[in-house]
Design a protein around this ligand. Structure first.
Ligand SMILES: Nc1nc2c(ncn2[C@@H]2O[C@H](COP(=O)(O)OP(=O)(O)O)[C@@H](O)[C@H]2O)c(=O)[nH]1
Ligand SMILES: [Mg+2]
Length: 415
């Protein structure tokens, strides 16, 4: 693969030469299976960082520079990564601080993860094996740990330890997919947004524990309080957006539940399911005992209710909850999807049929709770739906019926 390392610089005259030397003399010679080069993302640093790099370009043929107006770290990376992919043919791009806080000798570990199939690999200070600078004051360490913990908790992706760090290896397709969605963010928010969008799109995230060193030369530019506030705002808003789909799914499910109970009660009380039970008893003549007829009658009610709910759920999910994905080509046309939906929902019917069947056999047609008699079918169907049917369906809808475009692309690539 063609790997381009992109240090971002703003006034890093004192550090950039050392970083380039370590990369060229120590790190690159150890990487035998990939082609490596450097692209410095400099924002026309007034201290002359660009001139230092241009001087070194005479010595190192795989060293390049991409300069532009200063619009923040995120913008600099977007600009330089676009250049690396479009002009230099990069397959993998690396973010790395130029102030030597990130040890470039870790790059082979990142590449190993990339080779193992991870799409984006992040350096992490907060998992075992990683660390913050020893000389940082307690308050700064606490601040850093807390910020990351908050992001982990709000996004609900606690398994990813370091969201704000800027030492990352990113595959080309990930960058091209997330570029437009993240170009409006600055500072820490850019780092968090990029990672969050990658996770949401189903890319595989790998972690490499790193020791973060304090810079010795130059000044830190990031960390004004507004960055932190923007970051908080970002994660909260994104999380609400994400949960919105699940809330819609629950509303549709709630409607479906009412429809289901109605259909079940109507079909049982009109005697329709008793009629069905009689017919099936005649067909399977050895099951004509009275108790079986009763539980069959109830179980048919549950199954009819479930199928009615399936149709109503499909309609509302297709036109509301998953409207955005319903229009995607690869999810097939609406009839094929309805058949798929019915087919996968068939599991729900079977599960509910047997739950009620067994329940009625054990408890009888009615169950007394605090001296109130409740039909067992209702008593059984409610916990079955909450505990089994809802989680199962949400999974099936997301992974099979209304898949994301990206997952389909992956499958097409593999097949
Ligand atoms: N190109 C560019 N690089 C930046 C900008 N802001 C920060 N950097 C670089 O990003 C890296 C991390 O920034 P730094 O100030 O050390 O942040 P800290 O480590 O969080 O204190 C350093 O290499 C900086 O030179 C910017 O606006 N443009
Ligand atoms: Mg720094």
């Amino acid at each position: 693969m063609n790997v381009v390392i992109i240090p971002a610089t703003y006034n890093e005259k004192g550090n950039i030469e050392r970083l380039i030397e370590i990369l060229e003399e120590e790190v690159f010679p150890k990487i035998k299976t990939h082609q490596t080069s450097i692209l410095v993302a400099d924002d026309n640093s007034p201290d002359g960082t660009g001139d230092v790099v241009k001087n070194l370009m005479k010595r190192y043929k795989n060293l390049h520079i991409n300069q532009g107006e200063k619009k923040g770290l995120g913008a600099a990376y977007i600009r330089a990564m676009t250049h690396a992919i479009e002009k230099m043919g990069a397959d993998v791009v690396f973010e790395i601080d130029a102030d030597l806080s990130h040890d470039p000798r870790e790059i082979p570990h990142f590449l190993k993860k990339i080779d193992e199939g991870y799409d984006i690999v992040i350096g992490t200070r907060y998992s075992s094996g990683g660390s913050m600078p020893k000389n940082w004051p307690m308050i700064r360490k606490m601040f850093s740990v807390t910020a990351n913990l908050i992001v982990r908790l709000i996004t609900g992706r606690v398994h990813i330890h370091d969201w704000t760090g800027g030492y990352r290896g990113i595959k080309k397709q990930v960058f091209l997919k997330e570029r437009e969605k993240t170009k409006m963010y600055q500072g820490y928010t850019f780092q968090v947004a990029f990672l969050y969008k990658s996770v949401m799109d189903g890319y595989k995230v790998g972690e490499v524990p790193i020791h973060f060193a304090d810079r010795e030369l130059g000044r830190s530019k990031i960390a004004p309080i507004e960055y932190i506030i923007n970051l908080l705002k970002y994660v909260i808003i994104e999380r609400i957006k994400e949960l919105k789909r699940f809330v819609k799914f629950l509303v549709v499910g709630g409607t479906g539940f009412i429809v289901q109970i109605l259909a079940q009660e109507i079909s049982v009380r009109t005697g329709f399911t008793f009629f069905l039970a009689q017919i099936s008893s005649i067909i399977i003549s050895k099951y004509t005992m009275h108790s079986d007829l009763a539980s069959l009658t109830q179980a048919y009610g549950a199954a009819i209710g479930a199928e009615t709910a399936i149709l109503s759920n499909f309609f509302f999910n297709n036109t509301w909850t998953f409207k955005d994905r319903a229009s995607q080509k690869n999810n097939g046309n609406v009839f094929i999807r309805l058949i798929k939906f019915n087919f996968t929902s068939f599991a729900s019917i079977i599960i509910q049929f047997f739950a009620v069947w067994i329940g009625v056999k054990i408890l009888g047609v009615d169950t007394a709770i605090w001296s109130v008699s409740i039909p067992t079918r209702i008593l059984i169907v409610i916990p079955t739906i909450v505990l089994i049917i809802i989680p199962l369906n949400y999974l099936i809808y997301n992974k099979i019926i209304w898949k994301r475009q990206h997952e389909q692309d992956e499958k097409t690539l593999k097949s």
